[in-house]
Design a binder for this molecule. Sequence first.
Ligand code: NAG
Length: 503
Amino acid sequence: MARIHSTAATATAIIAGVSAINNGLAVTPPMGWNNWNAFGCDVSEELLLTTSDQILGLGLRDLGYDYVVLDDCWQDVNGRDKNGKLQPELSKFPNGLRSISDHLHSQGFKYGMYSSAGEMTCARFAGSLDHEVDDANSFAEWGVDMLKYDSCYHMGRVGTPSVSFNRFKTMSDALRATGSNILLNLCNWGEDLVHTWGMSISNSWRVTGDIYDSFTRPDDLCGCNQVSPGDVNCIAPGTHCSVLFIVNKVAPFADRSIPGGWSDLDMLEVGQGGMTDEEYKAHFALWAGLKSPLFLGNDLRDMPAKAFTIINNPAIIALSQDPHGRSMTRVRRDTDVAKDEWGVGETHVWAGHLQNGDQAVIMVNFGGQDADMEVSLAEIFIPFGPGGAAPHNKFDWAVHDLWAHRMPESTAESVLAAPSVAERAALLKKANWYNATEIPYAQGLRDEDPRLFGEKVGVVKAGGVLKQKVKSHAATVLRLRRIAKDGEKFKGKSIDRVAKDEL
Ligand SMILES: *[C@@H]1O[C@H](CO)[C@@H](O)[C@H](O)[C@H]1NC(C)=O
């Protein structure tokens, strides 16, 4: 009992208090869209504005995806102007960047941009190293709300945590000095133990090389993949990192994420075509439960209906946006599992506390065959005390499947095919879809909005074991809800709502 209440008190302190950077941003993981995964360097005003129309029309802004981020390759190929200022490529951005941010702001979006803490960006345009103040001022003048700040061409200023910290801190300070409140997303791919210092100067920090559209396939370009997947000191982080590699990398320090500062698992690949539907569901749920920033990475103007029904599941997004603001952690990893086509075989159970006392559980099978997975309540509640000491272990828990009310594919097809924004809005309304602009997730969770709680599919008795058959390359995503004991005042409510003396 004491443990439960002290944990709740800690959670309150974190939310009411401060993250180290303390700029009031990213209290829950930021959400939005970034062009890189689908378009790379093929950027333009037209791409950004047609995409923002689409995010709005599909109800995605109102599910929380409110940052529109322009990645690398927006800059003039000739570099800085005569005053040393960055300038956009006018053939791509004929009206300049301020007009884009004005347009996005008028639609209720926030505008994200990109640079690198190097002499060049990764695509070899002018970088911001040693130009931090000038460039921060440009970003502020352009109405930028977020900066993704990469680490290519760093001129050797890397290799120890303090060297990297100071290189990135220069931009963090310059952004703050502009007086505009700009969210800073560091992207140094986990180098120099960024998970130990990123929260001091930024709102999120990338923990691996770039993701690619594969669930488990190892690739040499994702450094250390073959050698030691859990190595936090992995060098040459590179690209081509699978979903499995990324979650293995973050597992030892998943608990470092706090409101205001999050481990960034990279943009989403959902809808890009390289994974199966089940793999994309697992990818999306893991990114939500592990509190990564949730940046869509696909072409939203040409999206399979199934992808739409993954990214718009409010019961999964509610894990990401839960006010408690702590990542799920891995409570179990089994490697004695049938191998898949890449020679990979492992299963994980991730678990995490939620604000209302519920417990999220993701059981994921990275192996080659369907698996009968098991995890005890004692393991699920291990953060509250090992060896079954957690008081939670003494209660029965209802098991809710958070994919149960996924939007039907036919509804998604109608929404995607609807000829006007008004018709789309009418279809979403008819489907009773969630609108977080109307009911913020914190409120929906407090009020037990059924759209956020999936469907009850079973019960685990006190001291018992949760058993699920999990398909190969798939995840089961659950919310455990405490069942009140006979005579309890708040029937069916979560553990934190029950009078203390009844625990
Ligand atoms: C969501 O709710 C807001 C506020 O009521 C409203 O302006 C917006 O149009 C709604 N979104 C959709 C997609 O219906």
